[in-house]
Write a protein that binds this ligand. Structure first.
Ligand SMILES: [Mg+2]
Length: 404
């Protein structure tokens, strides 16, 4: 039996959330993002598109292009709440699903044919989400994730599309190669340079030609163009988490050392989140005292992978948890409720400079090791993964017993 993969995507998600909270924003040009001159557009309503506005653009330029737009500073907490509301519904209605980002889901409807018809089921699910949450959502249904995602894109806004098995190639043929997921700006330029504009051209090319032009990536694009690439669904688990902990060589009450270690841990875990395009919605701290009594505390937060948001949360939890005068044997940090996604959700807290700072720091870490660049406030931490003193390459002097 052919598989039936559903792709669901909330339309202009942040904008839709804002419109739910304030109906006066309906049918108006809306920009969500950093409101300062150095801010970035993280979402924009369809009404702004004809002005050439797109997400990722500087807010200053967007305002110049469309002065009548209403500019709203985004709120990651609100969007996280709505995202979780939609997730709850999908969890209840389908056996296996993937949460691909805060506003995007895949569900495996294979086998439902026998009883309902997958398309009918998908329609009912979409209508139910709209009714329950008030958020517009679109879907694509086909035999694989890639074609379904592209079908959703064609269906938008607030609509649906199904591509029957065997009709994938003709559906894809007239589309721009830009629409194939994983064809970024650079690949698009390369393909355009070769005179390739439509998916049809790739479909008619021998695979060898694509691999000689683009290597392994060329193979993926070729398979996607044929409608035969079948990436697996990654089932959603709320408990998916990453964590790290450290046992001190000598039990300590040194608050500076404890805070420094926690900061370094967050910095390291957040780097791994960003590297893997993940966001966390739940942070936790664990403290084990010298008598082995272990306490922990966790906190729900808006989806994030940014150090400047996560570090204060962890330190705040630690303040609540830590009972002074008791010797600490171990501290640990855990991030859970992970979803795929990138910076976009908290772009409005960031300036272009902050974003490029993260990018630059992460690039250095990928190249030279994950402690190659660190915050001054975490420099004293001894061993979180590999460690080099960024200034002289020597191991740092441990601050553990320094009195402040
Ligand atoms: Mg969306």
């Amino acid at each position: 039996m052919e598989s039936q993969i559903l792709h669901l995507d909330l339309d202009t998600f942040f904008v839709s959330c804002e419109r739910l909270l304030d109906s006066r924003l309906m049918h108006r040009p809306i920009l969500v993002g950093g409101t300062g001159d150095r801010g970035v557009v993280s979402a924009c309503s369809y009404e702004t598109r004809r002005f050439g506005i797109h997400s990722g653009m500087s807010m200053k330029l967007a305002r110049q292009l469309c002065p009548e737009a209403t500019v709203i500073k985004g709120n990651a907490g609100t969007y996280t709440k709505f995202s979780e509301q939609v997730t709850e519904i999908i969890k209840e209605k389908v056996p296996v699903f993937e949460k691909a980002s805060v506003d995007e889901f895949y569900a495996d409807l294979s086998g439902m044919d026998k009883f309902f018809g997958s398309y009918k089921y998908a329609c009912e699910l979409r209508n139910y989400i709209i009714k329950e949450t008030g958020l517009p959502i679109s879907f694509g249904l086909s035999s694989n994730k890639v074609v379904s995602k592209m079908a959703t894109d064609e269906a938008k806004p607030n609509n649906q599309m199904r591509v029957d098995f065997g009709l994938e190639k003709p559906f894809l043929a007239p589309l721009s190669i830009r629409k194939i997921p994983s064809v970024g700006k650079k690949t698009y330029e390369t393909l355009r340079g070769l005179g390739i504009l439509k998916v049809k051209t790739v479909q008619d090319m021998p695979l060898e030609l694509m691999t000689s032009a683009l290597g392994v990536h060329g193979r993926t694009i070729w398979k996607r163009a044929q409608g035969i690439d079948r990436p697996p669904l990654v089932p959603f688990h709320e408990r998916k988490s990453i964590s790290t902990e450290r046992t001190f060589g000598k039990d300590t009450t040194n608050i500076t050392q404890l805070r420094t270690t926690l900061t370094a841990m967050v910095e390291n875990l957040a780097f791994h989140l960003r590297t893997n395009d993940k966001l966390t919605a739940c942070v936790a701290v664990r403290v084990r005292y010298s008598d082995f009594q272990t306490v922990s505390k966790q906190m729900k937060i808006p989806y994030s992978s940014a150090d400047h948001i996560l570090i204060p949360k962890i330190l705040e939890l630690f303040e609540k948890l830590y009972q002074r005068r008791m010797l600490v044997r171990l501290v640990g940090v855990r991030f859970s409720d992970l979803v795929s996604g990138n910076y976009q959700i908290h772009l409005f807290d960031d300036t272009l400079e902050a974003l490029s700072l993260y990018n630059a720091m992460d690039t250095i870490r990928k190249r030279y090791g994950d402690r190659a660049v660190v915050y001054a406030s975490s420099m004293g931490a001894k061993s979180i993964g590999r460690f080099h003193n960024p200034f002289n390459g020597e191991p740092p002097i441990v601050l553990a017993h320094r009195t402040q």
